[in-house]
Write a protein that binds this ligand. Sequence first.
Ligand code: FSX
Length: 355
Amino acid sequence: MDRMNQSVAEALAARGVSRRGFMKFCATTASLMALPPTLIPTIAAALEKAKRPSVIWLPFQECTGCTESLTRSNAPSIESLIFESISLDYQETLQAAAGFAAEEARNAAMEANWGQYLLAIDGSIPLGNPGYSTIGGVSNLDMLKHAAEGAKAIVAIGTCAAFGGLPNAHPNPTGAVAVSDIVKNKPIINISGCPPLPVAITGVLMQFLVFGQLPELDALGRPKVFFGQTIHDRCYRRPFYERGQFAESFDDEGAKHGWCLFKLGCKGPTTYNACATVKWNMATSFPIEAGHGCIGCSQPHFWDAGGFYEPLSTTRWGGWKQLGIAAAAGAAVGAAAALATRAGTGAAKKEEKTS
Ligand code: FSX
């Protein structure tokens, strides 16, 4: 049987994955989508029949960090299995084909799956000059418009594709914009982060694969299951924040005791992402656990908001204007709740004394 027509179960069996392994795969899929274990048999039944959906992945103005994030996850992994579960018909960094053969493969896959494929984009789109970024002589803008026409939905992977990212930072020399600034007539899922968490990418792909559905999104178009809470909400250092215990420098006693990094510039309170729970590098750690504050890379315009080593209250993040409506509202509520809690516990006074 050709790989294109294999079901996911058949593709895994052909790879030597046993029935037990398949059920484990289904359990992991359920957990990726934050579904209860009772739905594992439903997922298994769906995967028995589900054909591997075509995914066309186009890289525009980016650093390839997003692809690195996906491929540097642990192996053998759910992520590597997912490459057996989807038909990744075009991905410049991972594919063997190059030049005309690559272009032909992309066009053939798009034609064969017109109206059905999932279009993944990483990187921003330069509007300043069509020649700033091209693939096979075609500008990113023209390629996006054409590929989007035949897509069932678009996944904007990374902060560059989702919100403009680094290329969009002041003075934005290429006139870089996000996918959603160009495409207005297709569902767009933003998986932000510079780079994004691999599990957020694979979780969205799996939901599309298993149920043919797209996830519930927040006001910035991000899957709520991964972006529904701030880093601060789930941070293991949160109790120190509540008690008003802050590191004041990277080598003081507070830092050695693992106290809150707010005063060293942590943007966790305004940043929506799942790093504090999912973590990185085989779930080993995440920046705050390594002793460095969150820089807010999954929020719009985080480069321009800047102040990576300054407290939120003294940076442009403090005005919330750069953060977008959802983040601003969420942060305001969170800040109010934290203030109320701290006022109630006397933590605010302790913080005043330490500042
Ligand atoms: Fe941007 Fe991704 Fe940051 Fe880099 O593809 S989100 S610069 S990690 O590579 O687009």
